[in-house]
Write a protein that binds this ligand. Structure first.
Ligand code: RB5
Length: 152
């Protein structure tokens, strides 16, 4: 199933370093007709990234068909925070190849960007790549299933 068919809504969040990028991502999805939950509607300084990641991850886990999108300066803090949540697979889309395979093989349900390491146009193109691809399931689903084993 293409990302476009699986995800009808997005939950978006950022820290203080990525507020402008978050606004651009929000506009992009609003124009495309997605339902958008914005965890950080108003700028503050600082915006605690762990809290924001929690809000976005909870939305993703509670609402089937919701893709999580997080941004901070590098994408590192947000991906670490998001991946602490069980059943969240957060991937930094640091290039176009990663954008494709984080969907096809990893089946990420949260995608992460760095406002200080990526241009807005690269972020938009990688979102497009992610949504245009399908999770391949099969052996990849089997491998990913181990992530939910209690003893790993
Ligand atoms: C904020 O200054 C910065 O540390 C943060 O946005 C991010 O890069 C963490 O990964």
């Amino acid at each position: 199933m293409k990302g476009y068919d699986e995800f009808k809504s997005v939950a978006i969040g950022c820290d203080h370093a990525a507020f402008e990028l978050k606004q651009a991502i929000k506009e992009y999805f609003t124009k495309k007709g997605f339902e958008v939950f914005d965890a950080v509607p108003v700028f503050m300084n600082p915006i605690p990234y762990v809290d924001t990641a929690g809000k976005v991850c909870r939305k993703v886990l509670e609402n089937k068909g919701t893709l999580g999108i997080l941004a901070c300066g590098t994408g590192i803090g947000m991906s670490i925070a998001a991946n602490r949540h069980k059943e969240i697979s957060a991937a930094i889309l640091y290039d176009d190849f990663t954008a494709e395979f984080s969907r096809r093989h990893t089946n990420a349900n949260v995608i992460v960007f760095g406002a200080r390491t990526m241009k807005n146009e690269d972020v938009e193109r990688r979102i497009e790549i992610f949504l245009s691809n399908e999770f391949e399931g099969g052996k990849y689903a089997e491998r990913n299933r181990l992530l939910d084993e209690p003893d790993i």
